[in-house]
Design a protein around this ligand. Structure first.
Ligand SMILES: Nc1ncnc2c1ncn2[C@@H]1O[C@H](COP(=O)(O)OP(=O)(O)OP(=O)(O)O)[C@@H](O)[C@H]1O
Ligand SMILES: [Mg+2]
Length: 346
């Protein structure tokens, strides 16, 4: 749906400041119908990248294709009909306080010159979709943050976009309201088939609703891929740090030392993946070797609706049996089937 090719944006320097490259040679393919997350720390270039997609920011070099159309070369006038099909939601909602919920939702349609009946129908339909039909006569200041963001989403939906760009849409909201707005965005994607590009600095947002993710650092994309695979096997240090912020870490360093003090037996940490047979295979293997175990650490959470994590066991049994278990080709097979993250005996 969106193809970014060698995209760069350098802001010209002013008298005092040097030119600054906010987006540096980014190439990405965003599949139709996906929820694509872009994560990075403050200043990484996320908002600039998002604004390059709808050409609110013109690239210094490279191109932006949306639904097969190269937008980067179009004049403002030729761009307008394409831009209308790209909705945007913002962290600070950007609503008019002087207009009602309905007025805010209908505003872009009126601006586009749609017939009155169609404006009404589309705006009402969008408000029903986000669950705000009953509050259509209220003004934004009479709404909670979550409700305001739903107005922002309704306003974007009313224009029947093919793509929705979300710039930190949940960053101003509390955790519970964040969950509601993310669930609404997922519905927008699944029920309306709208491709969503979502930028965030929270890995938890990526974990909950994205299919694919790109990690930005210093204007560059340092890692990209399927969300589950990126979480299971992060390659870049920036990505690994984001993953650690939401997934329990495999015990290491001082944590591992403390575990060892409490549990004198051999400790085995085994990664848990949705496509592994850890539960069944591991218990069968332990039984066959006459071993027992206690669970001493670990956690399994959902990433993209599939389980991911690791568990650490203390093995109970005679030393020779533990050694035979660890040398068992099936145990080795079990660990190598986990895509790079190996089980660790300590
Ligand atoms: N119009 C501009 N002129 C000059 N520099 C800019 C301009 N817009 C952004 N920048 C710079 O580009 C860099 C990237 O900014 P951007 O807003 O894209 O980051 P971000 O990843 O969205 O950060 P945040 O998480 O804080 O929103 C920043 O260092 C910023 O100061
Ligand atoms: Mg930003």
């Amino acid at each position: 749906m969106i193809e970014l090719r060698n995209l760069s944006k350098t802001f010209p320097g002013t008298g005092k400041s040097a030119p600054f490259t906010a987006v540096d040679d980014v190439s990405l393919t965003i599949p139709r119908g996906s929820v694509f997350g872009v994560i990075g720390h403050s200043g990484a270039g996320k908002s600039t990248l998002l604004r390059l997609i709808n050409q609110l920011e013109r690239p210094t070099s490279g191109s932006v294709l949306v639904d097969g159309q190269d937008l980067s070369g179009l004049s403002e006038r030729r761009l307008r009909p394409h831009r209308r099909r790209i909705g945007m939601v913002f962290q600070q909602f950007n609503l008019f306080n002087s207009r009602t919920v309905y007025g805010n939702t209908a505003y872009p349609l009126k601006l586009a010159g749609l017939p009155r009946a169609e404006v009404r129908e589309r705006a009402e339909q969008a408000l029903r979709f986000v669950g705000l039909a009953d509050l259509a006569r209220r003004h934004p200041e009479q709404l909670s943050g979550g409700q305001r963001q739903r107005v922002g989403i309704a306003r974007a939906l009313a224009a029947s976009p093919k793509v929705l760009l979300s710039d930190e849409a949940t960053s101003a909201l509390d955790p519970e309201t964040t969950g509601e707005v993310l669930a609404l965005l997922k519905r927008v994607n699944e029920e309306l088939g709208i491709t969503i590009v979502l930028i965030t600095h929270e890995m938890d947002v990526i974990r909950r609703i994205c299919d694919r993710v790109a990690v930005m650092d210093g204007g560059r994309v340092v890692e990209t891929g399927d969300v589950y695979e990126v979480f299971a096997n992060p390659q870049h240090p920036t990505t690994a740090a984001f993953v650690r912020s939401v997934l329990p870490e495999q015990p290491a360093g001082e944590t591992l030392e403390r575990l060892r003090e409490r549990h004198p037996g051999t400790l085995l940490t085994v990664p848990f993946r949705h496509d592994g047979d850890l539960g069944r295979d591991l218990s069968g293997l332990l039984r066959r070797h006459g071993l027992d175990f206690s669970l001493v650490s670990g956690g399994i959470s959902e990433v993209g609706r599939r389980p991911l994590g690791s568990v650490t066991l203390e093995l109970h049994g005679a030393e020779a049996e533990v050694a035979a278990f660890l040398a068992d080709p099936q145990v080795v097979g079990l660990t190598s089937a986990t895509n790079g993250r190996r089980a660790v005996a300590a």
